[in-house]
Write a protein that binds this ligand. Structure first.
Ligand SMILES: [Zn+2]
Length: 417
């Protein structure tokens, strides 16, 4: 038995996994010894010089020497939600008294440091900008006949028989971004697309008539935290509830369904608080390792999944701010977006992009131009369909009857035919 040993899960055969090169960097915990004569190793655990079978095939039966359902569910329900509180969260005035440009400079420095430390350790997880590790496990389970919905994961079908669904979303962090929303709205209107705009509950004044008119046009408004200071997920449950209630009352009259946490900071406590007011949350990236000061910044699953009654809709395309913090040019950002989108489409996965209309991010001509280029690229692909996050939420709920059973993992799979 290997206890809490860090290593990789490799897939020597490409039959089940999206790629035989894919590694699952993970603390495997309890890997049971293989005491079986088998025909083929499907997955093996490697840690330094130790290599042990993790999944084997004997005739038509697969044998797992770990619990794949427990591994998947503990990651998407616990590990990827358990973030540490950053020190500056205790000093909200620092955030309020500094400009968006200063926040961006700090993001650039943190990203550079984080990238350097992960590159030198070689132990970052999930891999970036794409991580197929848990998807390999999921595909293995689906191949064994387990419906993904038994794990609370929705893998399709998508509306209009599309191969992949695209959701365009925006976080409107500051008032300057709100004043600048028309720049990206007009790009979307040009293609007949409708997107989701997430606005902080109490950070700046808004014109409710304007937001209502956007809803009438088919755009969606969501809530983006309270004052955009990132501390809400770490507060006591009663305070979280009071803030969510106040934000919802302020936007009364709009069809609010969803929430996105500022800087994608999240805790299990926040997600359980959201269940009372929202149908979905979209605060978890599939992988986004360069902007946070800990591992596991990502669910590694490019599909929506239930956490209790809440539908979690992961952001699966690198955010504008992340790529700009890594000093990518607009052209390189466009190429990164296209590459990731094509790869997600190969998996029939969900494509969720988040950009910011704030002038420090996508709210400037060079970035609005490549956003238009991206929408042109999407519009030419007949296998893609575009919807808002709210429409996706409605679609998933219509398609599946399972709502909340996913929070209690069902019996472990030891073997499957
Ligand atoms: Zn934000």
């Amino acid at each position: 038995m290997l206890s809490d040993q860090f290593g990789y899960l490799e897939f020597p055969s490409a039959k089940w996994a999206p790629s035989n090169q894919q590694r699952l960097s993970f603390f495997m915990g309890r890997l049971h010894a293989c005491d079986l004569d088998y025909d083929e190793v499907i997955a093996q655990f490697r840690s330094g010089s130790v290599v042990r079978p993790a999944v084997v095939r004997k005739k038509k039966t697969l044998y797992f020497f770990f619990d794949p359902k427990k591994l998947l569910l503990s990651h998407i329900h616990k590990k990827c939600l358990a973030q540490k509180k950053p020190f500056f969260v205790d000093y909200p005035f620092i955030y309020d008294q500094t400009s968006a440009e200063t926040h961006f400079m700090i993001l650039q420095m943190l990203s550079a440091f984080q990238k350097w430390s992960q590159d030198s350790s070689g132990l970052s997880y999930p891999e970036w900008p794409q991580d197929l590790s848990l998807l390999s496990i999921l595909k293995l389970l689906i191949g064994c006949g387990l419906p993904a919905m038994e794990l609370g994961i929705f893998t399709g079908p998508w509306p209009k028989r599309a191969k992949s669904l695209v959701c365009l979303s925006h976080d409107v962090d500051d008032r300057v971004g709100y004043d600048n929303m028309e720049m990206l709205l007009n790009v979307e209107r040009g293609f007949g697309y409708r997107a989701t705009y997430n606005i902080p509950g109490m950070r700046y004044e808004v014109d409710m008539g304007y937001l209502k008119s956007l809803e009438e046009e088919g755009f969606e408004i969501g809530i983006h935290g309270y004052k955009h200071r990132s501390e809400t997920p770490f507060l006591e449950p009663e305070v979280i509830d009071a803030r969510l209630k106040e934000s919802m009352e302020r936007f009364k009259g709009l069809k609010i369904q969803g929430y996105r946490s500022p800087a994608l900071r999240r805790t299990e406590r926040l997600l359980s608080g959201l269940e009372k007011y929202f149908q979905y949350d979209s605060s978890v990236p599939d992988t986004e390792n360069h902007t946070q000061s800990r591992d596991f910044n990502g669910c590694s699953i490019p599909y929506p999944f239930f956490v209790g009654s809440l539908l979690e809709i992961p952001i699966t395309v690198p955010q504008d701010g992340v790529l700009m913090a890594l000093k990518y040019s607009p052209e390189k950002i466009l190429e990164t977006w296209k590459t990731k989108i094509l790869s997600l489409k190969d998996q029939g996965a969900l494509i969720v992009l988040n950009t910011h209309p704030d002038p420090v991010f996508s709210g400037k001509p060079a970035m609005a131009r490549i956003y238009g280029e991206l929408l042109k690229f999407i519009s030419r692909d007949r296998e893609l369909h575009v919807s808002t996050l709210g429409e996706l939420n409605g679609w998933v709920r219509k398609k599946c009857s399972v709502r909340s059973s996913s929070s209690s993992p069902s019996r472990p799979v030891q073997k499957a035919a």
